[in-house]
Design a binder for this molecule. Structure first.
Ligand code: ZN
Length: 273
């Protein structure tokens, strides 16, 4: 018993150190730990069901055989960092998909217009950034329609891609989005740029986690993203990756809807008619 008492704190310390190491290692894993330990994730992955599901209209991953990745930038338009992010991407000829919030489009129309004029793909991030699973279907539809109305009024373009706030969705959200002609876009690589991490940390995490077909989730309203982007772009190019919009990613998966950049000659979304 005395022995046990002496050793117990040691054992607790060892478990804590191991736990901390696993948590740190997880930050740079290709597959996040919660998915890696879920057998269902691997079954779906091996069957190729974690890419695009035509029944739900959910995009989870691009073509794993194509060396291309999509940069997605949420929460704009942001007057502090949006224009600089756009300028940097334009200078380096990097296409990207910006998911905009309706109320912010209303507040900063000049930034939204600048993104659209830069040739970037514009997606729907709802009207006022609400967690959609908590809303009844008609309110979910309103969130999407109102955001689209503002994007269209300011940029002249309609949206066909939805990134739900917090990437929180359920069957109800997917169904409403699908009925309005949207593809719901998930992500595979979280840059972690919303926490105060140094740019090198963010870039390393993205480079370590990216694989062919990755959808990289970034944010527009933080200085960290802007600072990390040059290393992300040059690092991914050095590894042989090509940047595509989400619309192009969908086109490669033969999905007959997609973002503005990909919809030429394809099915028009219902709400845009
Ligand atoms: Zn968001």
């Amino acid at each position: 018993m005395r022995n046990f008492r002496r050793r117990a704190p040691l054992a607790v310390a060892a478990v804590a150190v191991l736990g901390l190491a696993a948590w740190q290692a997880d930050r740079y894993r290709k597959v996040p730990l919660d998915r890696a330990i879920n057998p269902l994730y691997w079954v779906r992955h091996w069957r190729g069901e974690d890419r695009y599901d035509p029944r739900t209209g959910l995009l989870e991953h691009g073509d794993p055989n194509a060396p291309e990745v999509a940069l997605t930038v949420d929460d704009g338009p942001d007057p502090r960092y949006g224009p600089a992010i756009a300028a940097l991407l334009e200078r380096d000829h990097v296409p990207a998909t910006f998911f905009l919030v309706g109320t912010r489009v209303k507040q900063y129309p000049q930034v939204a217009r600048l993104l659209a004029r830069g040739g970037f793909e514009i997606g729907n991030h709802t009207y006022d950034h609400q967690r959609l699973p908590a809303l009844p279907p008609h309110q979910i539809a309103n969130e999407l329609r109102l955001c689209d109305r503002w994007v269209a009024a300011v940029t002249g373009r309609h949206t066909t891609l939805l990134r739900p706030p917090g990437v929180q969705y359920n069957d109800k959200v997917l169904q409403v989005a699908r009925s309005l002609g949207y593809v719901t876009v998930s992500w595979t690589v979280g840059a972690g740029d919303y926490d105060p991490h140094p740019p090198q940390w963010i870039a390393r995490r993205v480079l370590d986690r990216t694989e062919p077909g990755s959808i990289i989730l970034l944010h527009q309203d933080t200085p960290a993203t802007l600072a990390a982007l040059p290393a992300i772009i040059s690092g991914l190019r050095a590894r042989g990756y090509r940047f595509v919009t989400v619309g192009e990613m969908l086109r490669r998966l033969h999905v007959p809807v997609g973002g503005e950049a990909a919809t030429a000659g394809l099915t028009k979304p219902k709400h845009a008619r």
